[in-house]
Ligand binder design. Structure first.
Ligand SMILES: CC(C)(COP(=O)(O)OP(=O)(O)OC[C@H]1O[C@@H](n2cnc3c(N)ncnc32)[C@H](O)[C@@H]1OP(=O)(O)O)[C@@H](O)C(=O)NCCC(=O)NCCS
Length: 157
C-alpha cells in the first residue's frame, strides 16, 4: 500500500480527536469504549488547543488522499510525561491500515522532526500488553519506568 507521511495541516487538527480515540489500547476481548471517552480530562490534554504551544507537532499518514493515521507530540501532563522539556507522543492508525509498517514510518519521521527541532528526547506511555512496546524498542525507545499496567518509555534524540 502506498502511503505518504507529511505534516498535518491546521484545518486537520480536529482529526486528532479521531486518532486519540483510536490510540486507546483495547485488550483482546475487551469492549470498545464510547467515543465520548476522549472528553475525559486525562485524554483531553492530548488534543485541547492543539497547535498553540511549543512542542505541539503532528505528522499524518495519507493513503489515497485520505489521512489514515497520526503521530503527534506535546509537552503535557499525560501518562507519558517525564519532565517539562520532553514532549510526549501519541500515535494511532485506523484499523484497516495497521500492521503494514505505517506506524513505524510515522515514528521514524517524528523522531527526525523532533531531533531537527532541537529536542533532547521524547517520551510515551504504553500498555505492557500492547505489541507497540516492541515497535518502540526497535525505534530506539527504552523503558525508563514500569508501572502496574504500563511502561513509560523515552528515546534520546
Ligand atoms: C500501534 C500502531 C500505531 C502501530 O502501527 P502499525 O503500522 O500497525 O505498526 P507496524 O506495521 O509499523 O508494525 C510495527 C511492529 O509491530 C508488529 N505488529 C504489527 N501488528 C501487530 C499485531 N497486531 N500484533 C503483534 N505485532 C504486530 C509488526 O510486525 C512490526 O514488527 P517488526 O518491526 O518486528 O516487523 C497501530 O497498530 C495502532 O494504531 N494501534 C492502535 C493504537 C495504539 O495502540 N497506539 C499506541 C498507543 S501507546
Amino acid at each position: 500500500m502506498n502511503y505518504k507521511i507529511r505534516a498535518i495541516e491546521k484545518d486537520e487538527y480536529p482529526l486528532l480527536d479521531e486518532f486519540l480515540y483510536n490510540a486507546i489500547f483495547i485488550p483482546d476481548g475487551a469492549a470498545q469504549p464510547p467515543k465520548s471517552i476522549i472528553n475525559a480530562p486525562e485524554l483531553q490534554v492530548y488534543v485541547e488547543h492543539f497547535g498553540e504551544r511549543k512542542g505541539d507537532n503532528a505528522l499524518v499518514a495519507e493513503v489515497g488522499g485520505k489521512v489514515v493515521g497520526a503521530c503527534w507530540t506535546r509537552i503535557m501532563n499525560d501518562y507519558g510525561h517525564i519532565d517539562d522539556d520532553t514532549p510526549s507522543l501519541a500515535i494511532s492508525l485506523y484499523k484497516d491500515f495497521r500492521g503494514i509498517g505505517i506506524g513505524t514510518a510515522l515514528l521514524r519521521e517524528t523522531i527526525k522532526l523532533m531531533s531537527s527541532k532541537g529536542y533532547r528526547r521524547i517520551s510515551l506511555s504504553v500498555q505492557k500488553a500492547n505489541f507497540a512496546v516492541r515497535m518502540y524498542e526497535r525505534s530506539g525507545f527504552r523503558i525508563i519506568e514500569e508501572k502496574r499496567e504500563e511502561y513509560i518509555m523515552a528515546r534520546d534524540l
